[in-house]
Design a protein around this ligand. Structure first.
Ligand code: FES
Length: 163
């Protein structure tokens, strides 16, 4: 491959993102849809990607960043292998959510993302932990520790593999 060829190669994701923006006539009103498309394509929203979106939609970068950071569903770094979101809404907080958060922080290994979340609308099943994308309800510390041990023992370091 020559340098000329390398310069001409483009990332197919760039074209797909461009098509997503074109579908919305590059309208700033479609910013959230475009951010969704970008995250689906690239896995997360990097700073250069946000700048590119701002340029293409002719929006101030500060607005793009403001919208992206307002919504919890957008990521700004590559996803880790395992994730746990502990609901810390009122019901889950009162039912021991912070203890579960502490348990996760004590037992996690490398490659984990642990976050506090807002009410997921299942307060009657508090406390809730979304563990690798699946909800665990009325979770006790012992159940969570067992689940973490299961994860570690399985040696599964890539829950997204094969999806
Ligand atoms: S507070 Fe956790 S589900 Fe409502």
């Amino acid at each position: 491959m020559t340098l000329d060829n390398a310069a001409q190669m483009t990332d197919p994701r760039d074209d797909a993102l461009d098509r997503a923006m074109a579908r919305h006539q590059y309208s700033g009103d479609a910013l959230i849809e475009v951010l969704h498309a970008a995250q689906q394509l690239y896995g997360y929203l990097s700073a250069p990607l946000l700048r590119k979106i701002a340029r293409r939609l002719m929006l101030p970068p500060s607005r793009v960043l403001g919208v992206a950071t307002f919504y919890h569903l957008f990521r700004f770094a590559p996803a880790q292998h395992h994730s746990a979101v502990v609901c810390l809404g009122t019901a889950c907080y009162a039912a021991g959510g912070t203890d579960l958060m502490a348990t996760l922080r004590c037992h996690k290994g490398a490659g984990w993302t642990i976050e506090a979340g807002r009410c997921v609308g299942s307060c009657g099943l508090a406390p809730i932990v979304i563990y690798d994308g699946k909800p665990m309800s009325k979770v006790t510390r012992a159940q969570l520790e067992a689940r973490i041990k299961e994860t570690h023992d399985s040696g599964d370091t890539a829950p997204d593999a094969g999806r």
